[in-house]
Design a binder for this molecule. Structure first.
Ligand code: C5P
Length: 287
């Protein structure tokens, strides 16, 4: 019997997020600069005698059936590789906030793909695993690769970028949740006034300029949030900036807001300001 294998599933942030238009398949063409951070779930894969895939998790409200992206990913891996998996137990130890715009579910799915590739020694490249991930969710291909990357198309056209300079990042998730399909729907009926300076962001990364990156953080979804949620997001951003963040922005379709700091001490102070009101506040680093 093979020993259990643990694979980390890192949260992602959007340094930029642009929606370029709606496609015929109902999805949207995007252009995003993505960054993975140290906050992570742990995925433990254990082969079992008993056939079938079983999932357990520390978050009692998460689905543990075929709706969980981790199980969808395991099935997609099995189909794509034809590997005889026998039975599999998937343990998902969650630390990434759920429904937060930080790709927790997609990252778990990506970690399952990477982990199964190691467990069954199938020797697939990250690009091949990312391809399998496309059918699981739009952010899964990026989560397979991680690091700093440009994602285009539905999210599957990926290009590695120079790493974000080391820094401290505060993540803060307010308690309300935002429906991703609904926000995409709202964006279709808005004329976006501003777009991120993606080219400038790429240049700032190329130059290794943390200031340049922080000054170009931009996410078009901030402009289409319902007013009450928009106000809550602006309040958190304001607090981060007043605490010394070089820049702050919404991640994905939210509601997580993050701020970039030069040093850990400043970031910890900023987090201490927010955590009494926002329980899900974390200080992380880029990975
Ligand atoms: O692919 P995923 O299941 O993560 O997408 C969730 C929802 O987000 C989709 O049903 C769609 O409404 C929206 N979406 C989109 N265009 C993308 C990615 C997601 O419209 N590129």
């Amino acid at each position: 019997m093979t020993a259990p294998l643990t694979e980390p599933a890192y949260a992602k942030l959007n340094l930029t997020l642009d929606v370029l238009g709606k496609r015929e398949d109902g999805f949207h063409d995007l252009r995003m600069v993505m960054q993975s951070v140290s906050l992570h779930d742990d995925i433990v894969l254990t082969p079992t005698e008993e056939p079938g895939i079983r999932l357990t998790t520390n978050f009692s409200f998460l689905p543990t059936d075929g709706k969980n992206l981790a199980i969808i990913a395991a099935n997609a891996f099995q189909q794509a590789t034809g590997v005889e998996m026998g039975g599999l137990r998937i343990r998902v130890d969650k630390h990434i906030p759920v429904c937060a715009g930080t790709a927790g579910g997609s990252s778990d799915a990506a970690a399952v793909l990477r982990g199964l590739n190691r467990l069954y020694q199938t020797g697939l490249t990250p690009e091949q695993l990312a391809k399998i991930g496309e059918s699981v969710g739009s952010d899964v291909p990026y989560c397979v690769l991680g690091g700093t990357a440009l994602a285009e198309g539905r999210g599957e056209r990926l290009k590695r970028l120079p790493a974000l300079p080391d820094c401290a990042i505060v993540l803060c998730k307010p308690s309300f949740s935002v429906s991703t399909p609904e926000l995409f729907h709202r964006i279709d009926s808005f004329k976006l006034r501003c777009h991120p300076d993606t080219a400038g962001m790429l240049k700032a990364l190329e130059a290794g300029s943390l200031q340049g990156v922080a000054h170009r953080l931009y996410n078009v979804f901030e402009d289409v949030l319902p007013p009450q949620q928009g106000n809550a997001i602006r309040e958190i951003r304001q607090s981060l900036i007043e605490s010394g963040a070089l820049g702050a922005c919404l991640s994905g379709t939210g509601p997580t807001v993050f701020g970039i700091f030069e040093g850990e001490e400043e970031a910890k102070k900023a987090a201490a300001q927010l955590s009494p009101a926002y329980r899900e506040t974390h200080v992380v680093r880029p990975v």
